[in-house]
Write a protein that binds this ligand. Structure first.
Ligand code: NCD
Length: 400
């Protein structure tokens, strides 16, 4: 991506996010999804409801069939020039659930980029053939630039399609924040299990009197590569909207990894109580930080961003204090959620596989939630939420 491709959009890129968000919505609905703070609380709650509806419908053959008709007239381009397993596959599965036909470009060597076609021209070409472009790139702000390009095309009454940022450099990963929030909503909903039993929440309240349902009034602990983890940036920004949220950031003592000043000041400006630590074993107010945590968000050290000097410096770091071992898991509250955007590093083992059996280890469910949450996002972008509700009611009638 050259400077020349970015330059027409510089002024727009330099604006604060709330100003940009206006360009990425239409009639109160998302037009493009570029950064986490576009996911406000009412929208998240709506998307979580749609995701629940889709997952319920997908349990029956009839429900599956009517989901597949919902967006069968749409085509999606998955333009992923950076490695991906979960984001790519869950978007593809989400498209398949909704009947959207998808195609992919993953290796630019197979596209005309080898003939010196610019990436912006490539994206504009995709918009000629497809109805949505879901894109991951190592270039920060590339998805944002493409969204402006689409808006400019629309201004001149040319073809324009929604852009979904599926990961942009070390900057933002809003759809990961969406599925993380869906997992957090589901976990902290504390549903009633049986009629005889009092609700799980009132049982838990005996041990944790201040506990409330929902993402608010909770302590979130982020551990690992805080500075370069785009998932951390997007999720922390989204969580900052909820009242009473406290965030613990646990990272090795290195500038490349610690919470960066920009995110720190944004979170403080949103009223979040932030604490930073150099180990998972630290305490605050005389109590272990893990014992005060409602949700742990583990991340891997993102070696691919290392410069040769950082590589040498990071190789010398002791990562043991940043591993969520079984004994550390034992310090967590009984209802806590252990999340990880994945992939986890099998050599470092920031979450050892022995933790996988713990009921609080939600990372595999979290990844599956990505499929439902991304399907809900596509339904929203294509303005098919009412159709989804109708299809659900029809499938309920036909099964009764
Ligand atoms: C993350 C990513 O690509 O940013 N993975 C994901 O999308 N689930 C995290 C990572 O690569 O460490």
């Amino acid at each position: 991506m050259t400077e020349e491709q970015f330059s027409p959009f510089f002024e727009r890129i330099e604006r604060p996010n709330p100003d940009k968000a206006v360009d990425f919505q239409r009639h109160g609905r998302l037009k493009h999804l570029i950064f986490g703070s576009q996911l406000n609380v009412p929208l998240l709650e709506k998307l979580c409801r749609s995701a629940d509806t889709i997952r319920t419908m997908a349990r029956t053959v009839d429900g599956h069939r009517s989901l597949r008709n919902l967006l069968a007239h749409k085509r999606a381009m998955l333009y992923f020039t950076q490695p991906s397993t979960r984001t790519f596959l869950s978007f593809m599965a989400a498209c398949q659930i909704l009947g959207i036909t998808c195609n992919e470009v993953r290796d630019p060597k197979t596209s005309s980029e080898v003939k010196r076609e610019s990436q912006t021209d490539s994206v504009r070409m995709f918009s000629s053939y497809f109805d949505v472009i879901i894109m991951r790139s190592q270039v920060e702000k590339f998805a944002e630039v493409c969204a402006y390009m689409m808006n400019d095309l629309e201004e001149t009454e040319q073809r324009s399609v929604p852009i979904i940022n599926a990961g942009a450099g070390s900057d933002e990963h809003p759809t990961q924040a969406l599925l993380d929030m869906y997992t957090i909503y589901r976990t902290f909903r504390f549903p009633q299990s049986t009629a005889q039993e009092s609700s799980r929440l009132s049982q838990l309240k005996r041990e944790y009197p201040d506990l409330v349902s929902g993402p608010q009034q909770k302590t979130y602990l982020f551990c690992g590569d805080i500075a370069r983890g785009r998932t951390v940036r997007s999720l922390a920004t989204v969580l900052a909207q909820y009242p009473g949220v406290r965030m613990f950031f646990v990272a090795p003592d290195h500038d490349a990894l610690r919470l960066d000043k920009k995110l720190e000041s944004n979170l403080i400006a949103s009223g979040v109580d932030i604490r930073q630590f150099g180990s998972l074993d630290e305490t605050v107010d005389g109590q272990p930080i893990l014992a005060q945590t409602d949700c742990v968000y583990m991340t891997r050290i993102q070696r691919e961003h290392n410069s040769p000097e950082t590589e040498t410096e990071l190789a010398a770091l002791d990562l043991e204090p940043f591993r969520l071992t079984k004994s550390r898991v034992n310090q967590l509250k009984s209802f806590s959620a252990i999340l990880h955007p994945f992939p986890r590093d099998r050599v470092v083992g920031e979450i050892p596989t022995e933790v996988d059996q713990d009921p609080r280890a939600l990372y595999f469910r979290q990844a599956r939630n990505g499929m439902w949450a991304r399907a809900a996002l596509l339904v929203h972008l294509f303005d098919a939420s009412e159709d989804l509700i109708y299809a659900h009611s029809q499938s309920l009638q036909s099964s009764s």
